[in-house]
Design a protein around this ligand. Structure first.
Ligand code: PLP
Length: 396
């Protein structure tokens, strides 16, 4: 007999989420996650992927992946520290270090797992971490895992950060103190104030950690937020993902050689979880090469992002304060955001609603991620659907 207590817990909580419009229904995509997708047999303009540069479906990446399967097989076969480190992983890490302008890089199986791995390899219960209140869940979980004291500062509030850094240092309670932030905040598209963060870090000798999941491929001509601000020599951890602009799967930390050497011996997912597949490593490396060869995709992404933002703003939608192609359309009430997304779907646009706990309560939104792979015609079509649904629901 299975547990009655578990059944009660699950059934009560699921019913509660559904009643409050907080239950997320997952739609399987039938085919590739490109600018147009098929869900439940219906073709839709896709404004919900993180495939910023369209590389997830790029022929050059597909060919690199196929070749790697032929030469290296389907799986890496072991964790990195036993014999799962293939030449393809090393080549990827070298290429990423060149791209990021750092001494070395270590790669992981995902961005999420990279944050879990890297934070807890360096920080412990004798330390403190100053964390932006809107940091991504993987940062929060990585910080919790480390057992360091977590001190949240107001979102991008540099006075609060300085004050809390000063208090933490003066308390004398901590061996090391880290400041950690998203480079680009994915729900709003705003950029961390890295120059100020680095200044405060240097004043108080803080370790700096930037999660650039949404900045890599997008800012700094593709090399990320740290490069965008010219701070490559002043940030300790440049974390990134291979799953968003790069179009594949994986995560990495770029930094000084001694940091990467330490992570290779002390970050647990590197030691105890099998490496990404040959196809993943080869396709990711090809993507980085493409970004280093030309800014064409990056430029197209920005062009499309600006176009969509201007179109939605002109219609009267609240698109927040995004500084990047990420284009939120803030509706407010959770159920209204879900209804808006549902009606967009019925009219041929896939823009998923995002509600609490991913964003604060009362700021439910539909988030649009234009990519380099969208055409102007697709974006025009999406804008006209937004206009129709927005008017029908009395939002504009
Ligand atoms: C800021 C941030 N960090 C880390 C991650 C996790 O990356 P991945 O999807 O590669 O695990 C995400 C993904 O949503 C993210 O937005």
């Amino acid at each position: 007999m299975t547990s009655k207590a578990l059944d009660t817990f699950l059934n009560d909580n699921l019913a509660d989420l559904k009643a409050n419009g907080l239950y997320n229904v997952i739609d399987p995509v039938q085919g590739a996650n490109g600018p147009v997708i098929k869900i439940s047999g219906k073709e839709l303009i896709n404004l919900s992927s993180n495939n910023y540069l369209g590389l997830a479906t790029d022929e050059r990446l597909k060919n690199a992946a196929k070749e790697a399967v032929d030469t290296h097989g389907a799986g890496a076969g072991a964790v990195r520290t036993i014999n799962g480190t293939l030449d393809l992983h090393i080549e990827l890490e070298k290429k990423l270090a060149e791209f990021k302008g750092t001494e070395a890089v270590i790669s992981y199986q995902s961005g999420f797992n990279c944050n879990m791995a890297a934070i807890s390899a360096v920080m412990d219960k004798h330390d403190a971490i100053l964390s932006d209140e809107l940091n991504h869940a993987s940062i929060i979980d990585g910080c919790r895992l480390s057992k360091a004291k977590i001190i949240r500062y107001g979102h991008s509030d540099m006075n609060d950060l300085r004050q809390k850094a000063k208090e933490a240092v003066e308390s004398g309670l901590y061996n090391k103190i880290m400041v950690i932030t998203d480079g680009v905040f994915s729900m709003d598209g705003d950029v961390a104030k890295l120059p100020e963060i680095v200044e405060i870090a240097e004043e108080f000798d803080l370790i700096t950690y930037v999660d650039d999941a949404h900045g890599s491929g997008v800012l700094g001509k593709g090399a990320g937020t740290v490069k965008h601000f010219g701070l490559q020599d002043r940030v300790d951890f440049q974390m990134g993902t291979l799953s968003k602009a790069i179009g594949v799967i994986g995560g990495y930390v770029a930094g000084k050689a001694n940091l990467i050497d330490w992570l290779k011996v002390r970050s647990r997912p590197f030691l105890f979880s099998t490496a990404v597949s040959p196809a993943d490593a080869a396709a990711s490396k090809r993507a980085v090469e493409i970004l280093m060869e030309s800014t064409e995709l990056h430029d197209k992404l920005w062009d499309n992002g600006n176009y969509l933002k201007a179109g939605l703003k002109k219609l009267g939608f609240n698109i927040g304060n995004s500084e990047t192609p990420i284009t939120p359309c803030i509706i407010g009430e959770e159920k209204a955001a879900q209804e808006f997304s549902k009606r967009l779907f019925e009219n041929g646009v896939y823009a998923k609603s995002i509600v609490f706990p991913t964003v604060p309560k009362g700021t439910g939104r539909v988030r649009n991620m234009p990519t380099a792979a969208h055409t102007k015609e697709m974006l025009d079509e999406a804008i006209s659907v937004y206009e129709k649904v927005g008017k029908e629901m009395g939002l504009i």
